[in-house]
Ligand binder design. Structure first.
Ligand code: FMN
Length: 169
């Protein structure tokens, strides 16, 4: 079965070198997020790229001081600009839209030879204040991006039989 190499190579990386990223690399990674699909093509997202050490250290604090959060030379806050819009099925669109954008970002970063980790263990209110996020908008997840300083083993996945059905549940 042929699967995209980036999908097979991706791991959550929780140790980074201090090597900075190229400006073009960062731009391509964000561009990948910009091109993601979204419900009704509303694109109600905003990607805040943090590279300044001062900002990253504040965000590390807001992420309960987890040191690998501070190690990553780039932290991308994946934010929504609309928490109210619901899809025709009645469900809120922003978690789905942002998950697509985050996947694009992560897979492009892997394509660039970089490591990533999605982080949701943070105090959203603190991150909102650091990034001056407007009242009605939310910071849904942080993505760490950098040169990996570890080679994580693959984590287990359920089998296809466990997660996929044919014509019924
Ligand atoms: C929505 C989401 C939230 C996550 N939150 C965290 C987190 O707060 N801290 C962390 O270290 N990893 C976090 N992860 C990474 C997962 O733990 C990881 O993807 C999972 O264990 C599978 O491992 P792998 O990414 O190496 O395949 C998160 C991943 C996702 C998709």
């Amino acid at each position: 079965m042929e699967i995209l190499p980036e999908i097979l190579q991706r791991r959550s990386v929780r140790a980074y070198t201090s090597q900075p990223l190229d400006k073009d690399q960062v731009e391509r990674i964000i561009e990948a997020g910009r091109l993601a699909p979204s419900a009704k093509n509303r694109q109600e997202w905003r990607f805040i790229v943090m590279q300044k050490k001062e900002t990253r250290m504040k965000v590390m604090d807001a992420a309960f001081n987890q040191d690998y959060v501070g190690q990553a030379p780039v932290i991308i806050a994946v934010c929504t600009t609309n928490i109210d819009y619901r899809m025709p099925n009645g469900q809120p669109s922003y978690p789905v839209d942002l998950a697509f954008a985050a996947s694009h970002i992560v897979l492009q970063a892997v394509h660039e030879g970089l490591g990533t980790c999605c982080i949701t263990t943070f105090d959203e209110q603190e991150v909102r204040e650091i990034l001056t996020v407007p009242f009605s908008m939310r910071v849904v997840l942080l993505i760490l991006v950098g040169h990996a300083n570890e080679t994580p083993e693959p984590t287990p996945r359920k089998t296809l039989r466990q997660v996929a059905g044919k014509d019924h549940w």
